[in-house]
Design a protein around this ligand. Structure first.
Ligand SMILES: *[C@@H]1O[C@H](CO)[C@@H](O)[C@H](O)[C@H]1NC(C)=O
Ligand SMILES: *[C@@H]1O[C@H](CO)[C@@H](O)[C@H](O)[C@H]1NC(C)=O
Ligand SMILES: *[C@@H]1O[C@H](CO)[C@@H](O)[C@H](O)[C@H]1NC(C)=O
Ligand SMILES: *[C@@H]1O[C@H](CO)[C@@H](O)[C@H](O)[C@H]1NC(C)=O
Ligand SMILES: *[C@@H]1O[C@H](CO)[C@@H](O)[C@H](O)[C@H]1NC(C)=O
Ligand SMILES: *[C@@H]1O[C@H](CO)[C@@H](O)[C@H](O)[C@H]1NC(C)=O
Ligand SMILES: *[C@@H]1O[C@H](CO)[C@@H](O)[C@H](O)[C@H]1NC(C)=O
Ligand SMILES: *[C@@H]1O[C@H](CO)[C@@H](O)[C@H](O)[C@H]1NC(C)=O
Ligand SMILES: *[C@@H]1O[C@H](CO)[C@@H](O)[C@H](O)[C@H]1NC(C)=O
Length: 676
């Protein structure tokens, strides 16, 4: 419910009071228990540079069914019968006839089995088979793009020559959309591709629906099908593309980078089941896929080009992770057998970055529809090799020496420094309690310079109980991020921005969770078959991603105990004062101040801000994420059943001569933007 009311707030604080109209959702400030802080910001047009990559995302493929059954918009589950070690899982027949798996003259070597539909006698009623989708099928009034490979064996015939393909409810009685396809054009005993549109005029809120292929009465014989596929409209209308609502949730974060394809899924369960880039490009019928690292089967329909195109479509920088000779069964490729794996990565990088005019991999990319090379600035070699440090001691130098020589413009990121010497960059991962991130606010400023660059490739609060700091994976593991989680993560993020001389960027992980198939919690974005829920941590990261300056402004915070002149670098007043954490930045091309404030105090904090060297009177905006005064921040989560428990509030304020005052509520994340 959205109710407007008039209230008085100390908007420009010590100058005057001001009446504005705001929505009733605005948190009410408890003015009795309040800390008072003065924040002094020096306006400038130069300063420490903040890279655009600062706040990113990871596409850890396969976990929580995030690509197949998630971001990848394919609606047909088990479309090539690869699930559960080759099966008909998800498929069933109706009317007469039966379905079976057949290995007989497969469509391709990559897809060795297919579905055979057999009508032993002439059918007397509409008959066929159907698929229940990944946890149902979302049917809306729009056009769907369907396709399959078809083969009629020997004397088989379809009465009238036409199949009906469409969507129905679970009873099969309600048809939401249907298309008739003349299959008589297909030569007997030969695989033949069909693709067509299924228009839906009326959608349904239920997802208990089926995709069906129906034979008219009077048909008889054996009919074979493979790669039975159906897509709704996709993000940016890409063929073989992304589910729009999930893709849009990614895009709305304005992520600086996307790390892909993993994560553990890069490594695979065994060495042959690693991410093999060339198996993920080209025609879908030539992509074998592989056993999922976390769940189900990886079709790799959303392969390397689809992933990179998606990253481009959301305006992010790719951070490509490449396989480095170690898989999750604990086996490492021996030192004297590494070369083919290094060559594989060279081909992958050539494929993505080489000119199409004089490189065979560049030519292949162009042949697959993409002539322009992709721009790759960061490549991570391996994943979490802290668990395989013994062999990383030879694997890292072998890969790094070969790759850095060939790609001098790429920054290579190591996954640990446990067994190697000063790499150009390293990826840190932290799954922890709020207190860990709060206490480690100065972690990156305490690293002596010069230092390798740092990608905080994965971090998140996974347990809100600070006493579990030595084992956050145990009791109290969160299902969903809370406001307290979001506050602690935001404090860590302020540390990233303040240390942007070495931090490439950081990312909450994992990002996506299909509520029906979850291996890991908590996650940034939770979805079911028809909806997306944005967690509290998502909202906080979005505030940071959408409001990114390009330089740091000097700022100091004081209270009545000491002066701005007495603030020492790395001490109280620099980046934090008590439980208030802050970073002042500027977007120089727009001349906008972007001030981030996070309050990890149980009381509100009243902040008097003075920006030096500005005389204008300007309207600014503040955005805030909070549980509300007096509300326990561990109790507020956005969940599937309560998706909007917390949201970002936005309101205007005025500054005069660079001065304004704001109340930062207890346990809150705030972003202030002001033209300078
Ligand atoms: C918060 O306010 C209460 C009530 O005034 C006070 O007892 C408490 O000390 C304050 N807490 C902090 C951290 O300042
Ligand atoms: C579906 O496709 C038909 C035929 O191309 C077109 O006329 C119609 O506008 C499309 N409907 C939607 C919702 O895009
Ligand atoms: C289906 O949608 C059309 C167009 O939006 C509308 O005119 C019609 O009434 C709907 N039919 C049903 C059964 O809801
Ligand atoms: C991919 O490359 C490997 C060698 O690196 C080769 O064995 C395999 O056949 C290739 N796969 C495809 C689909 O080309
Ligand atoms: C390949 O072509 C690119 C651009 O056309 C050029 O910059 C590069 O030097 C060429 N490389 C070789 C090995 O010829
Ligand atoms: C590296 O970057 C420089 C400067 O942008 C460019 O001239 C050069 O061609 C690049 N080298 C390679 C191998 O891409
Ligand atoms: C910011 O602080 C640094 C270190 O104290 C100083 O070198 C620099 O001149 C200051 N920048 C501005 C704009 O005052
Ligand atoms: C000022 O901040 C310092 C550092 O957090 C704190 O120790 C001190 O108690 C504060 N003084 C007042 C008057 O709030
Ligand atoms: C999907 O999630 C949305 C939003 O939380 C909810 O309204 C809807 O009922 C859920 N649908 C199913 C099938 O669980």
């Amino acid at each position: 419910m959205f109710v407007m009311k008039q209230i008085t707030l100390p908007l420009i604080g010590f100058i005057t009071s001001f009446i504005i109209t705001i929505s009733s959702g605005w948190p009410i400030v408890n003015e009795n228990n309040i800390n008072v802080v003065s924040l002094n910001i020096e306006n400038a047009n130069t300063g420490q540079i903040i890279p655009s990559t600062m706040h990113g995302v990871i596409l850890e493929t396969n976990v929580n069914r995030d690509d197949d059954g998630g971001l990848y918009a394919e609606l047909v589950y088990n479309r090539a019968f690869q699930e559960k070690g080759q099966s008909l899982d998800g498929w069933s027949s109706f009317g007469q006839g039966s379905i079976a798996l057949s290995p007989f003259q497969p469509l391709s070597s990559a897809l060795p089995v297919h579905l055979r539909y057999s009508l032993i006698e002439k059918s007397i009623s509409p008959s066929g088979f159907r698929n229940n989708g990944f946890y149902g099928i979302n049917i809306q009034a729009q056009n769907y793009t369907a396709s399959f490979f078809y083969r009629a064996l020997g004397e088989a015939y379809v009465a009238g020559g036409e199949l009906s393909i469409g969507f129905s409810d679970s009873t099969g009685q309600i048809i939401y959309g249907i298309s008739t396809i003349d299959v008589s054009v297909a030569p007997v005993d030969k695989w033949f591709p069909f693709s067509f549109t299924i228009p839906v005029l009326n959608g349904t809120s239920s997802v208990k629906n089926f995709f069906f292929i129906k034979f008219p009465p009077g048909s008889k014989g054996d009919f074979e099908f493979n790669l039975v596929s159906c897509f709704p409209p996709t993000y940016k209308n890409r063929v073989n593309g992304a589910r729009i609502d999930i893709a849009q949730a990614f895009a709305d974060l304005k992520p600086g980078y996307v790390r892909l394809p993993g994560g553990n899924d890069l490594e695979g369960l065994t060495i042959p089941e690693r991410f093999i880039w060339n198996n993920t490009v080209g025609l879908l019928e030539n992509r074998p896929g592989r056993r999922g690292t976390w769940t189900g089967y990886n079709t790799e329909g959303f392969g390397l080009i689809e992933l990179f195109t998606f990253v481009e479509d959301i305006g992010a920088t790719p951070v490509l992770a490449v396989y480095a000779g170690y898989s999750l069964d604990g086996k490492a490729v021996p030192q004297d057998e590494l070369q083919p794996y290094i060559d594989e990565v060279i081909k992958e990088l050539d494929f993505l970055t080489a000119s199409a005019s004089n490189n065979s991999m560049g030519v292949l990319r162009e042949r697959l529809g993409r002539s322009q090379p992709f721009d790759i600035k960061y490549v991570e070699i391996g994943n979490e090799d802290i668990f395989a440090a013994d062999s990383y001691s030879y694997r890292w130098p072998a890969f790094y020496n070969a790759l850095s020589q060939r790609y001098p413009n790429i920054t290579f990121i190591a996954t640990t420094t446990k067994s190697i010497n000063t790499p150009p960059a390293v990826d840190d991962h932290d799954y922890q309690v709020p207190l860990f991130f709060i206490e480690n606010f100065r972690r990156y400023e305490n690293i002596p310079r010069p230092s390798p660059k740092v990608l905080v490739g994965e971090f998140s609060v996974i347990n809100d109980d600070d006493s579990k700091i030595s084992n956050p994976f145990g009791a109290g593991r969160l299902d969903y991020p809370s406001i307290k989680s979001a506050v602690a993560e935001s404090i860590y993020r302020i540390g990233f921005e303040r240390n942007s001389d070495i931090i490439i960027g950081g990312c909450y992980a994992p990002v996506l969770q299909n509520i029906f198939n979850t291996q890991w919690t908590p996650n940034l974005i939770v979805f079911n078959t028809s909806s997306v829920v944005k967690s509290t941590s998502y909202l906080a990261q979005k505030m940071f991603g959408q409001n990114l300056g390009n330089i740091i402004l000097n700022s100091t915070a004081t209270n009545s105990s000491f002066t701005h002149q007495s603030v020492q670098k790395g001490q109280e007043g620099d980046g934090k004062l008590g439980n208030l954490y802050f970073v002042a930045t500027k977007l120089t091309h727009e001349s906008t101040l972007i001030l981030k404030l996070v309050n990890a105090d149980s009381n509100d904090t009243y902040v008097r801000v003075q920006v030096q060297g500005t005389t204008l009177c300007c309207e600014g905006f503040m955005e805030i994420l909070t549980a509300g005064s007096g509300v326990d921040p561990t109790t507020v989560h956005n969940t599937i059943s309560n998706p909007n428990a917390a949201s970002i509030y936005r309101r205007p304020f005025w500054s005069i001569n660079g001065a304004f005052s704001i109340t930062v509520p207890s346990w809150s994340v705030m972003v202030v933007t002001l033209p300078l």
